[in-house]
Design a protein around this ligand. Structure first.
Ligand code: CMC
Length: 382
């Protein structure tokens, strides 16, 4: 019997979920029914994380408690610092983060996925400790000591402080916080799906999040924000854009930061981020990354805009992080710091009504082959 096959499961619902909603034709993204632009304007990352995890905005006291719980769990064990120190300094920080998150679960055994208090505490630990792990690896790999988190700083301020040992300008920390809100959740993307598959085996949330981190790393997903900067640096000047972009398009290569499985209009997150990138664009010269990015966007619009290939979230986020002075290979770990909220929400939703993911396949290999004796086999590898 012939069965339909959908490469990349495109358009196939893999779950019922009430966490977020995307309308790719109209450019709408909602978390628990609230437009992401409203959250960007009025909320904070931790309030948004609470919304994603518990399906509603917190009352004042609940938010204070959540903020305090997160601040109190920012520290990481010496064992995790030692683990990070043991990793090769030229290794990618996403790999360090994935290893550290997997190891974190060994320090905090998680037994019962139905236990709400344990789930809460696990969510608090993961949201609180990811930034500390990212910042620690960033410093340890260049021979500096990791900086202890500061409980008196906001989530965003504390992360930027742990990277640089400087308390950031509150306005810059606010922009960074909004970037985290915009990255916190995005329906059934590859990393969320990967985390849900792991959750469906009833593995603990640390294992779930480490699976999701591994999936986020690739350049077609979260790794695109880093790839955008490398691409803009390679282009280097506005007059080289047509040549560079057209070359890529005619070689059927992807232009990083463009296109999306769902959005056929400009990603609403990219619209908000573009405003911030413009605000931060103090270089203002013809060679600034923002100027280049705007020109790449304009050229792409003439070439592939009619196919619905437009900037996605990763196009302007990397530029903002670059403008904030953050090293390029930390951009995807920062994406993970934000998306952990969405991943956890999906993980808990999966536990709630679990059904083990075990899709089918369409076998198209041979059958009934004879077992060939080794002396008669021809080598294929040289
Ligand atoms: N540059 C050039 N052509 C593109 C691009 C792009 N960025 N994206 C899609 N296309 C073309 C593609 O070549 C194909 O053309 P044709 O029909 O002529 O063969 C068509 O559009 C469909 O592409 P696809 O790869 O089959 O579509 P998809 O739904 O699998 O693509 C995507 C989604 C995100 C993988 C893809 O757009 C892409 O690789 N973009 C670049 C990487 C990137 O920016 N990723 C971040 C995604 S958003 C944030 C996140 O989830 O992490």
């Amino acid at each position: 019997m012939m069965r339909d096959f959908f490469p990349g499961l495109a358009g196939i619902p893999a779950a019922k979920s009430s966490i977020s909603f995307v309308d790719g034709e109209r450019g709408i993204l909602e978390y628990r029914g609230i437009r992401v632009e409203d959250l960007a304007e009025h909320s904070s990352f931790l309030e948004t994380a609470f919304l994603l995890l518990f399906s509603r905005l917190p009352a004042k006291l609940e938010l204070e408690t959540f903020n305090r719980d997160i601040s109190q769990h920012r520290r990481i064990k010496f064992g995790i610092i030692d683990l990070l120190k043991a990793l090769p300094e030229q290794g990618h920080p996403m790999d360090a983060l994935q290893a550290a998150v997997a190891a974190l679960g060994m320090f905090y055994p998680f037994h019962d996925v139905r236990e709400e208090t344990t789930r809460y505490l696990t969510a608090v630990r993961l949201i609180a400790k990811l930034p500390t792990m990212v910042a620690a690896f960033a410093r340890l790999r260049r021979g500096d000591e990791a900086i202890q988190p500061r409980d008196d700083l906001s989530y965003a301020e504390n992360f930027l402080y742990m990277l640089t040992e400087q308390v950031p300008d509150p306005a810059l920390a606010k922009i960074f916080d909004v970037c985290l809100i915009l990255h916190a959740e995005h329906t059934m993307n590859a990393s969320t799906f990967s985390g849900m598959v792991t959750a469906s085996t009833l593995a603990d949330p640390y294992t779930v999040i480490s699976s999701a981190i591994g999936t986020l790393k690739g350049p077609l997903h979260g790794g695109a924000n880093e790839a955008v900067i490398h691409m803009l640096e390679a282009i280097n000047s506005v007059d080289r854009i047509p040549m560079h972009v057209d070359d890529k398009l005619s070689n059927k290569e992807k232009v990083m930061g463009f296109g999306h499985r769902i959005y056929k209009v400009k990603d609403p997150r990219a619209i908000v981020m573009q405003t911030f990138a413009q605000q931060l664009d103090c270089e203002a010269g013809p060679q600034s990354l923002f100027t280049l990015a705007r020109a790449v966007e304009a050229h792409m619009e003439t070439r592939v805009g009619s196919k619905g290939i437009r900037p996605n979230v990763d196009f302007y986020s990397g530029i903002i992080y670059h403008q904030l002075g953050i090293e390029t290979d930390l951009f995807t770990p920062i994406f993970a710091m934000a998306r952990v909220a969405g991943w956890l929400a999906h993980c808990f939703e999966q536990y709630q009504e679990n059904h083990l993911f075990r899709p089918d396949q369409i076998y198209d290999g041979p059958h009934n082959l004879p077992y060939q004796p080794i002396e008669t086999r021809e080598p294929q590898f040289q």
